[in-house]
Write a protein that binds this ligand. Structure first.
Ligand code: CA
Length: 379
């Protein structure tokens, strides 16, 4: 069996309502997905996290490595792609391009061998995970508090057991927003905050201490991802657990984060950091330090399903008779591509999402939806 085709698609969708966070505003969704097909007509799908057009170019760069090769040898193909690109980009979007291909190869492998990806990765330690709602972004207008409170209540009504909100406007504004959301959702729902590295160590320390009374499960990307030691120092100054890692790449980047004891929770993005193959290696590395992993998840059902399989396969840390439940990040902001591209649709039942048991990632991609959102005219 041989790989005969590697096709990339950039999908774009203008948002009805712009939203923003501490770094910039979103006005569209723009996502690069990849389809890899064999001479027997079986195909696998992957997705890259990051600037879609650059990822598309990156996939085209590594395409000659893939054509004519056996798709079951996904780790040797991973290594060839990595060696081909490392002189120019040992981190960043070229790694995201490799990630997209890697996820597609795992999907393909599962479909060829008729097994779910998580089983092929070694097995499922759990059959279901707890989605937490990612939302509560900023928007223009003077009624931000009431908008966020209403949005947070919607997530509680939908059955979410945990919600993550944005901070990073300013320390004083953040305190008002977090206090209002905590009061609105009560104490039975877990609440996390994400600054997208908006703050200096001094500011992040001040904000964490002020937010400690609101029972925050973790403070995500409090400071810039370059400052590994600032993360560590912040951990010693607050009782709120510190999370980070969505801007980190490959085992080498995560090793730096781990060696510096920077985080309580490591947030590897499977479609950015090196794919499922590399995420599994990173999880082994994290395990040697006893650090928990809760992946960063963004994008379509392809990325979401890759994360479901990865989490299913994660060894529980610590192991115990009644193993702790695992979270999956579930972006709830506007994204028509996410809602329509893959089937079956993602379903939350009683606050849980089941690990897919179908072959590969466990999804079909609707090519009509690709034509609808593609930035190029497709025949
Ligand atoms: Ca984040």
């Amino acid at each position: 069996m041989k790989i005969t085709k590697v096709e990339t698609f950039v999908l774009s969708n203008k948002l009805k309502e712009n939203f923003f966070f501490s770094q910039w505003a979103y006005s569209e969704r723009r996502i690069c997905i990849v389809k890899i097909t064999t001479d027997e007509g079986i195909c696998g799908w992957g997705e890259g996290y990051g600037p879609a057009d650059v990822i598309k170019s990156g996939i085209n760069l590594v395409k000659p490595i893939l054509i004519g090769e056996n798709p079951l040898e996904n780790e040797t193909l991973w290594f060839k792609m990595y060696r081909k690109t490392l002189d120019f980009a040992r981190r960043g979007v070229l790694v995201a391009a490799i990630s997209a291909v890697d996820v597609a190869l795992w999907d393909l492998k599962g479909k060829i061998l008729k097994q779910p990806v998580s089983v092929l990765m070694g097995g499922q330690h759990r059959k279901r995970v707890v989605p937490y709602a990612t939302g509560l972004y900023f928007s223009d207008g003077d009624n931000l508090v009431s908008k966020l409170v209403a949005e947070a209540k919607t997530y509680v009504e939908q059955g979410f057991k945990a919600i993550k909100m944005k901070v990073g406007l300013s320390i004083s504004k953040d305190i008002i927003l977090v206090k209002s959301v905590r009061e609105a959702i009560g104490n039975d729902v877990n609440l996390m905050i994400d600054a997208n590295h908006a703050y200096s160590l001094r500011e992040a320390t001040k904000l964490s201490r002020a937010l400690e009374p609101f029972n925050i499960d973790w403070f995500e990307e409090p400071v810039s991802p370059e400052f590994y030691k600032h993360y560590k120092e912040l951990r010693s100054k607050t009782t709120i657990p510190i999370a980070g890692g969505e801007c980190e790449y490959l085992r080498y980047g995560f090793q730096t984060l781990l060696e510096n004891n920077s985080v309580d929770i490591l947030q590897v993005d499977i479609c950015g950091a090196g794919g499922l193959s590399e995420a599994k290696r990173i999880s082994t590395l994290a395990n040697t330090k006893g650090v928990e992993i809760i992946p960063h998840v963004w994008g379509t059902g392809i990325a979401f399903h890759a994360a479901l399989h990865f989490i299913a396969n994660l060894e529980p840390i610590p192991g115990r008779l009644y193993a702790p439940e695992m979270y999956i990040e579930y972006d709830r902001t506007e994204n028509d591509i996410r809602e329509t591209l893959t089937a079956p649709s993602i379903k939350m039942k009683n606050g849980y999402i089941d690990i897919p048991q179908l072959p590969g990632l466990g999804i079909e991609v609707d090519e009509k939806v690709i034509r609808q959102f593609s930035t190029e005219i497709l025949i």
